[in-house]
Design a protein around this ligand. Structure first.
Ligand SMILES: [Zn+2]
Length: 288
């Protein structure tokens, strides 16, 4: 029995064969699936799915990469959605500096470098830096709002962090005695994992642990205590080997768990039991 703790079942990728996907998950022993909202609209769809299917639960939140399109106030609509008894956490929320405006600009410039005067580039660079700052502070505001709401509702938080480690930790640190977070799709070092665990938070691992170049993450998944992590797919992304590059789905949670079990030299049942217990405590499923 496994719990898929991070799926995006509301994405159009799954619309064509939704019931087949659920059947394959059940056959693989993945008995519960947590579907994660990435915007207000996506969170609403997540709640709808969770209210329709008894083995699906919803996490509602606004993803940092949707910050630009998001309204300033996300607490009000999320608080409304959280009235559903099927909502088991807030997220995914956090910080993502991977595609900052200045980064996009420099990518752009590589192809156009000869066409631009230096002066223009400098002005553009200043402009991009201003956009970076605005984008980062909007992400931080959305993140803090969602942490505040989680505290208010007594829920835990699913955290997305990419290329923004220090700022993410700085924001979550003061909340660490009021809620627990899971650093989902963990891809950091052992030291970073230890930092998160020391604050009382958790990590979770995706199909990256099966990748040839996923050795470092696999090592972290092997070394940290068995009761400090959960398993997930982040589907439709990050399909594990041998499905790498294809559409991912919740059934593959089993491959993630099997890979970690093999790397740790323990049985699949042991990883399944422990990660399920951890997920039950984290998400609480209190409303059944
Ligand atoms: Zn996700």
């Amino acid at each position: 029995m496994l719990i898929e703790t991070h799926a995006h079942l509301d994405y159009p990728d799954f619309a064509g064969d939704f019931d087949e996907i659920l059947r394959r998950a059940t056959e693989a022993g993945v008995t519960r699936i947590i579907t994660i909202g990435t915007s207000i609209e996506s969170s609403r769809r997540a709640v709808d799915l969770a209210e329709k299917y008894p083995n699906i639960y919803a996490v509602i939140g606004v993803h940092p990469t949707t910050a630009d399109e998001s309204s300033e106030d996300v607490i009000t609509p999320l608080r409304e959605l959280a009235k559903s008894a099927r909502v088991v956490a807030i997220g995914e929320t956090g910080l993502d500096y991977h595609s900052l405006p200045s980064v996009e600009l420099s990518k752009d410039r590589q192809t156009q470098v000869f066409a631009r005067a230096l002066q223009t580039s400098t002005e553009e660079q200043i402009e991009a830096d201003i956009h970076d700052g605005a984008y980062k502070s909007k992400q931080a505001s959305l993140f803090e709002q969602q942490l505040d709401l989680a505290v208010e509702l007594g829920l835990n938080v699913v955290i997305h962090q990419r290329d923004a480690w220090d700022d993410t930790l700085a924001i979550i640190r003061p909340y660490s005695d009021k809620l627990r977070g899971v650093f989902h799709c963990f891809g950091g070092t052992r030291a970073e994992a230890d930092e998160v665990l020391a604050l009382g938070h958790l990590v979770s691992f995706t199909g990256i642990v099966t990748f040839k170049n996923g050795r470092a993450v696999r090592d972290v998944a092997t070394q940290i205590p068995l009761w400090k992590f959960m398993v997930e797919t982040d589907c439709p992304y990050l399909a594990p080997v041998p499905f790498r590059g294809k559409r991912c789905e919740p059934a593959y949670t089993r491959i993630v768990a099997e890979t970690i079990a093999a790397a740790r030299g323990v049985s699949l049942a042991e990883v399944a039991n422990m990660t399920t217990q951890t997920a039950e405590e984290f998400f609480r499923f209190k409303h059944g």
